[in-house]
Design a protein around this ligand. Structure first.
Ligand SMILES: CC(C)(COP(=O)(O)OP(=O)(O)OC[C@H]1O[C@@H](n2cnc3c(N)ncnc32)[C@H](O)[C@@H]1OP(=O)(O)O)[C@@H](O)C(=O)NCCC(=O)NCCS
Length: 340
């Protein structure tokens, strides 16, 4: 009844791409995303670039010969050099509402995951239907993540001016620099700080932290360029030109694109001085200068990250969606697959 087919970009016919595109378009509209859906050409280009440049695999799920969804894995390494998988699930909402069907689909997905030979898998979703599938094969909720949305029209320019005028930044002699993609000499320092900051994020439960490496940055830069995105890095340097803070924004190359802001962070000794507000305000001013037609910025944050949430809310971000982060171990998958 169910079949799984790997997506091998070079072997996909125009008809295969057309069906995959149509499925994703329907799922995108079901999820009522803020961003407009891309064209079929852009879709094909982005998926091909993901498969080519990152350790990303995609499988199409067929139900009685009809496309019903797709799953993806990104293979990554954590800071102790263990490999782990990040799982993505996209299934049509109308399909498979009953328990029996859910178990069958969970078996298909778990079977594919087991082949990846990872010790652990992370999965995040706001959709109860996807979360129930992951629970079916043993996944355990470890954290809650919030997605916040800022409508640029709701910004308070007076407040942004006050935030951008921070005496501590001046006193410490900090320099703020904007890069559209990083120059190669900054890859190692940036990757190290990103790894450290990711490890510092407050959260309810331990989770797996990916090890960011210069090679990983390079791969994702190539993939983002090929997908037509701008990767904007707003970096903070001390007087000796050491990187001490960052905030980053990915901007799709199209009018009124929904921008994605990620990882605002400071080295520990620079925290507690109002510098994240300063960094965010400077970032916004530069961003709106470069992309004046911007309307919407999205950002995500663990629900346990009190300082970041406070800053986001003060700035005018509002809570858009609550996502649940699940961890599944190879042992849980194995036990589930052993059951009749
Ligand atoms: C998030 C981060 C950038 C904030 O840096 P910062 O500018 O030094 O922020 P502060 O520590 O001054 O905290 C901001 C506000 O939250 C408040 N706050 C801090 N901890 C809090 C807590 N546990 N509960 C409630 N409020 C808290 C602070 O009092 C401050 O408000 P105030 O200025 O009105 O007093 C920094 O903590 C960091 O680099 N963390 C690690 C990386 C990270 O988590 N990044 C976010 C990823 S989404």
């Amino acid at each position: 009844m169910y079949a799984v087919k790997p997506v091998i970009a070079d072997e996909m016919t125009p008809k295969d791409w057309g069906l995959f595109f149509e499925l994703s378009r329907v799922i995108h509209s079901e999820r009522r995303r803020k961003s407009k859906f891309i064209t079929e050409e852009e879709f094909r280009q982005r998926k091909t670039s993901l498969l080519k440049n990152l350790n990303f695999s995609i499988f199409l799920l067929e139900e009685n010969g009809r496309l019903a969804g797709w799953m993806g894995y990104l293979s990554q390494i954590d800071s102790s050099n263990h490999s782990f998988g990040i799982l993505f699930l996209s299934l049509l909402a109308a399909e498979n509402p009953d328990q029996e069907n859910r178990r069958i689909i969970a078996r298909v997905i778990a079977g594919e995951m087991e082949k990846m030979k990872h010790d652990q898998f992370l999965f995040s979703s706001s959709e109860s239907k996807m979360v129930e599938l992951v629970r079916e094969f043993g996944g355990v909720k470890i954290n809650q993540k919030n997605i916040y949305c800022l409508n640029v029209a709701n910004l308070n320019p007076e407040q942004m001016k006050t935030w951008a005028d921070n005496p501590a930044a001046e006193h410490l002699g900090l320099k703020f620099e904007l890069y559209e993609y990083l120059p190669e000499y900054l890859y190692p320092e940036f990757s190290q700080l990103l790894t450290d900051l990711t490890g510092d994020i407050p959260r309810e439960n331990r989770t797996i932290n990916p090890l960011q490496t210069p090679e990983e940055y390079q791969k994702s830069a190539i993939q983002n360029r090929e997908s037509g995105h701008f990767m904007m890095h707003f970096l903070l340097f001390d007087q000796e030109n050491n990187l001490v803070g960052m905030t980053n924004v990915t901007v799709p190359n199209r009018p009124k694109a929904v921008m994605l802001q990620w990882m605002t962070g400071l080295k520990e000794e620079y925290r507690g001085k109002g510098l994240a507000r300063w960094l965010k305000a400077k970032m916004l001013a530069s961003l709106l200068e470069k992309f004046p037609d911007s309307e919407i910025i999205l950002t995500d944050c663990y629900a346990a990250n009190a300082p970041m949430i406070k800053i986001n809310l003060e700035m005018g971000f509002t809570l858009e969606t609550e996502e649940h982060e699940y961890l599944t171990t190879a042992g849980q998958l194995h036990n589930f697959l052993q059951k009749r």
